[in-house]
Design a protein around this ligand. Structure first.
Ligand code: DQQ
Length: 589
C-alpha cells in the first residue's frame, strides 16, 4: 500500500448507497479485542461481588472497555465508555454514559450513542468530545459500517442542550463526516481525538491507523467541523509500532501543574502524543514540539519514540483519554484497566473491566516526562486513618499496618535510607530488557542491597497470597536506576495457567540526593493502582486473591534488602464507597 501518499476523492453518495445495501444484524466484527461470538450475548445471571471494586468506576454488570469523550460541561462531568449491554466479554458495543459533579460519585444514564444507522450499524467505537466556540459539545467517534469492519468517523450532538445531563444524543444524517481514502487501511482507521483549533481557523483531529506496520496519527482539518480534508502527511508516524489506537494529543505547560485546553498554543508549552499500541496492548507517549506551520509533531530527543517509550502506566492500563477540566484548570486522564483473569471467570462473575481513578497530569519540571496524581476529590472518600513514622525496617522485617480496611484503602508512604552504597549492580544484559522482565527476575523476595522494599498489598495473613509494590535500587555504570514493581505473580492461589499474573514494572527517573522514595497505592479488592515518586511512574495491577478478601486482607510494609530502611512517614486510610452507578439519573443532583 502506498501509505498516505495518494489523496483520492471518495464519493460519499456511492459510499452510502453501498452500505445501505449491506445491512444485516451480524455484529461479529473484530476490534483489537478478542471476540467470543458464543459469549457476547450471554446475559449475566448473577453478578459475583467478591472482586468488584469499592471506589473505582464500574457499571453494575457486564463488559466495559475504553473511556470515551470525557468532558466537563456546564457544571457536570461526563464519562462515556465502551459497554456491552448483553454480556461480560467484548461485543455489542454501545456508549454507556454516566455523569458526576465530583468525578467520584456517578449516576448512570441511558446509553448516549449506539448502533442504529447505516453509518454505524455494526458498531459505535471510541471517540472524543470537543467544546465548540459557541460553547456546545460535539462528539467525534468511529462507526463500523459493515461486517468487514470498515471504519468511518461520525459525529453526535446533544438533542437538548438545556438538559443538564445531556442524556440524548443525535447522529445527524450527514454522517459519516470522514471516510478513508484509498491510501488508508479502512479497517484500521479509528478513535478520533478531541479537536483543536489552529490559528488559521481550522479545526484538526487525529485518527489512529497503520500502514505496513507503521503506526499513524492521520491528521484531518476542517473549517466548519462538517467538511474534513486529510492533511497529506500524518501528524506523526513511527515504523514498526503497528496499529495506533486511541491517540491523544494535548499541550502541557513548561512550568506548573495547571492544564490547558487542546487549542492552546503559545510559547510556554510542549505537546504530548500518546498512542495505544494494538500489538503490545500497552500505551506509550512522547513529549515534543508541535510545528503548527508544517502541522507535524516532533518528539524531543529525550523521548524514546516506540515500544520502549515512556508509558502512562506500566501495568494493566489501555485506551486512555484525557480532557481539559475548565472547572479546576487541570488536565485529567482516564484509562481502562482490563481484567487479568480468564474469559470463563468474566462470564461467571458477570462483569469485566474498570476505569482507573481519574488522574490529574502535568509536565515534570525536567520537561522529559509527565507526572500523574489521583484527582484531589478522591481524598473525600478517606475514612479511618493510621499513621506510622520513623520506623526502622532491617533486612527481612515486615510491619503490619493495622486499623484500616486493607482491601479498600489509600496508602501513602515515604521511605528513607542513609546510604546508596549497597545498591546492587545493574547487569548490563538487562539494558535491552523491559523493566517488567527485570522485575520477573528480581522479585520482592530475592534479597537485594537497597531494596526490595515497599508494600505487600492484598496479602493473606500468612502470605500465601500478596501483591507487592516495591522499589529496588541498582547501581548502573554512570547512575542509579530505580526499579518500581507491582508483581501479581503471587497474588492468588488460584492455579489456572491461563490467568495473567505479570510482574509489571517501570523505572523511576528520580533524584536520590535526599535519599527518600515515596509510594502511593490505591488498593481496591481486585486493583492496586500505584504512583511512585509523586506520580513519575504509575503501575496498575488487576489481581484476584482467594484468601486476602474483605476483612481477611492485610497490608504490610517490608524490606528484603541488606540496607536498613526507615518508614519516614506512612498515612493509610480506609476508603469509603461512593455512589457508583447505583441509581438512574433522576435524582436531585
Ligand atoms: N476499543 C474500541 C476501538 C479501540 C479499541 C472498540 C481500543 O475503537 O481502537 O471497542 O481498546
Amino acid at each position: 500500500m502506498d501509505c498516505l501518499k495518494k489523496s483520492s476523492l471518495f464519493s460519499l453518495p456511492i459510499f452510502l448507497l453501498y452500505f445501505s445495501i449491506i445491512l444485516s444484524f451480524n455484529n461479529g466484527v473484530n476490534a483489537s479485542h478478542k471476540v467470543f461470538p458464543g459469549l457476547q450475548s450471554t446475559s449475566t445471571v448473577d453478578v459475583k461481588n467478591v472482586h468488584r471494586t469499592g471506589y473505582h468506576f464500574q457499571p453494575p454488570n457486564n463488559w466495559i472497555n475504553d473511556p470515551n469523550a470525557p468532558m466537563y460541561y456546564n457544571g457536570v462531568y461526563h464519562l462515556f465508555y465502551q459497554y456491552n449491554p448483553y454480556g461480560s466479554v467484548w461485543g455489542n458495543i454501545v456508549w454507556a454514559h454516566s455523569v458526576s459533579t465530583d468525578l467520584i460519585n456517578w449516576i448512570p444514564l441511558e446509553p448516549g450513542i449506539y448502533p442504529s444507522e447505516v453509518f454505524d450499524k455494526y458498531g459505535t467505537w471510541s471517540g472524543s468530545a470537543t467544546i465548540l466556540l459557541n460553547n456546545t459539545p460535539i462528539i467525534l467517534h468511529t462507526g463500523i459500517v459493515d461486517a468487514k469492519n470498515t471504519q468511518v468517523q461520525n459525529y453526535a450532538i446533544p438533542a437538548d442542550i438545556s438538559d443538564p445531563f445531556l442524556r440524548k444524543w443525535i447522529k445527524p444524517d450527514n454522517n459519516p463526516l470522514i471516510v478513508a481514502d484509498v491510501s488508508i487501511n479502512k479497517t484500521q482507521f479509528r478513535d478520533p481525538t478531541t479537536c483543536w483549533l489552529g490559528q488559521d481557523g481550522y479545526w484538526r483531529t487525529l485518527i489512529g491507523s497503520v500502514c505496513e506496520k507503521k503506526g499513524l496519527a492521520i491528521l484531518y482539518k476542517s473549517r466548519d467541523f462538517m467538511k474534513w480534508t486529510k492533511v497529506q502527511d500524518p501528524l506523526h508516524s513511527v515504523d514498526g509500532t503497528g496499529n495506533w489506537e486511541c491517540p491523544d494529543f494535548f499541550p502541557v505547560l513548561l512550568h506548573g501543574t495547571n492544564g490547558l485546553d487542546a487549542s492552546y498554543n503559545k510559547k510556554n508549552i510542549k505537546h504530548v502524543l500518546k498512542v495505544s499500541l494494538d500489538v503490545t496492548r500497552f500505551e506509550y507517549y512522547t513529549v515534543g514540539k508541535y510545528d503548527t506551520k508544517k502541522d507535524r509533531y516532533i518528539p524531543d530527543k529525550t523521548s524514546i519514540d516506540g515500544w520502549k517509550g515512556l508509558r502512562l502506566d506500566y501495568g494493566n492500563y489501555y485506551a486512555s483519554k484525557s480532557f481539559y477540566d475548565l472547572r479546576k484548570n487541570r488536565r485529567i486522564m482516564w484509562g481502562w484497566a482490563n481484567e487479568s483473569d480468564t474469559v470463563n471467570d468474566d462470564v461467571k462473575k458477570g462483569w469485566a473491566g474498570i476505569q482507573t481513578i481519574p488522574r490529574k497530569l502535568w509536565l515534570d519540571p525536567s520537561g522529559k516526562q509527565l507526572v500523574q496524581w489521583p484527582v484531589e476529590e478522591l481524598e473525600t472518600l478517606r475514612e479511618q486513618k493510621v499513621q506510622l513514622s520513623n520506623r526502622k525496617l532491617n533486612k527481612g522485617d515486615k510491619i503490619e499496618v493495622k486499623g484500616i480496611t486493607p482491601a479498600q484503602a489509600d496508602v501513602e508512604v515515604t521511605f528513607s535510607f542513609s546510604s546508596l552504597d549497597k545498591a546492587e549492580p545493574f547487569d548490563p544484559n538487562w539494558a535491552n530488557l523491559y523493566a517488567q522482565d527485570v522485575c520477573a527476575i528480581k522479585g520482592s523476595t530475592v534479597q537485594g542491597g537497597l531494596g526490595p522494599f515497599g508494600l505487600l498489598t492484598l496479602a493473606s495473613r500468612n502470605l500465601e497470597e500478596y501483591t507487592p509494590v516495591f522499589f529496588r535500587v541498582f547501581k548502573a555504570q554512570d547512575k542509579y536506576k530505580v526499579l518500581m514493581c507491582s508483581d501479581a505473580s503471587r497474588s492468588t492461589l488460584k492455579n489456572d495457567k491461563t490467568m495473567y499474573k505479570p510482574s509489571f514494572a517501570g523505572y523511576v527517573d528520580v533524584d536520590l540526593t535526599n535519599k527518600t522514595l515515596s509510594l502511593r497505592s490505591l488498593i481496591d479488592h481486585s486493583v492496586v493502582e500505584s504512583f511512585g515518586a509523586g506520580g513519575k511512574t504509575c503501575i496498575t495491577s488487576r489481581v484476584y486473591p482467594t484468601l486476602a478478601i474483605y476483612d481477611n486482607a492485610h497490608l504490610f510494609v517490608f524490606n528484603n534488602g541488606t540496607e536498613t530502611i526507615k518508614i519516614k512517614s506512612l498515612n493509610a486510610w480506609t476508603m469509603g464507597k461512593p455512589k457508583m452507578n447505583w441509581s438512574f439519573g433522576h435524582s436531585s443532583y
